[in-house]
Design a protein around this ligand. Structure first.
Ligand SMILES: C[S@@+](CC[C@H](N)C(=O)[O-])C[C@H]1O[C@@H](n2cnc3c(N)ncnc32)[C@H](O)[C@@H]1O
Length: 213
């Protein structure tokens, strides 16, 4: 009887954890991977990032807001090591599982935020894919500035932002997130000491900015 109660409590706890974590993002990491695979605009941003990010074979790369590790795992073959950092433990665990399944050893996933990426080694290149817009959605320009400054403090040679942002005048009414204007992202990168070396408009609400020092 005691054992039954313990098992029941354990199941309730596990379900509660899962539901809480699902509520945070709305769906599972597997759902996210499937949606990303099917999202044409996301795939175009990813392709542009992979083709144009100036990454050398001996570079240390930080993928901030790595999520399920899609970008980190793609970049692993191009550089010495990728640090995938995120604030969401369930997705980091899933990213680790994928790395193990694919036998990719030069990627490590751990907790880290835009403001405090939690990487002690020198970083050559930072990539942020579909991630920094969340800072703007959460706290407007001030939060986005804090995010860019947190990343710039690592002193990377290059910061690649492949993200949702507004290239048009007004935000499409169908968007449920508040996207930063591209000009705001660009200004914050310049204020943080970067020069913009490439801007690719994918759609009115997504594109890639490559900023170098
Ligand atoms: C839409 S997902 C993108 C994931 C991945 N970069 C990709 O391209 O598939 C955004 C990710 O940013 C993470 N994120 C949100 N706020 C963050 C913060 N302050 N610091 C670090 N990561 C954050 C979320 O947890 C989520 O995993």
């Amino acid at each position: 009887m005691i054992l039954e109660i313990l098992i029941h409590q354990h199941i309730l706890f596990a379900l509660r954890m899962t539901n809480t974590e699902r509520d945070y993002h709305g769906y599972t990491p597997m759902d996210y991977d499937a949606d990303s695979e099917a999202d044409e605009v996301y795939q175009m941003c990813l392709s542009y990032l992979l083709a144009h990010a100036p990454i050398e074979s001996d570079d240390i790369v930080l993928d901030i807001g790595t999520g399920t590790g899609i970008v980190a795992l793609e970049l692993a073959s191009k550089c010495d090591h990728v640090f995938g950092r995120d604030i969401y433990g369930e997705w980091l665990r899933y990213a680790r599982e994928k790395a193990e399944q694919r036998g990719i050893e030069n990627v490590s996933f751990g907790h880290g935020s835009f403001r405090d990426p939690n990487v002690d080694e020198p970083v050559d290149v930072i990539v942020a894919s579909y991630a920094l817009y969340m800072a703007f959605d959460e706290g407007g320009e001030d939060e986005l500035r804090a995010a860019v400054d947190g990343l710039a403090a690592l002193n990377p040679r290059c910061l690649v932002v492949a993200d949702k942002m507004r290239f048009g005048q007004v935000q499409s009414p169908s968007e449920y997130e508040t996207l930063p204007p591209m000009g705001t992202v660009a200004n914050l990168l310049v204020e943080a000491g970067f020069t913009l070396t490439d801007i690719e408009i994918i759609t009115e609400s997504a594109g890639v900015i490559i900023a170098t020092r």
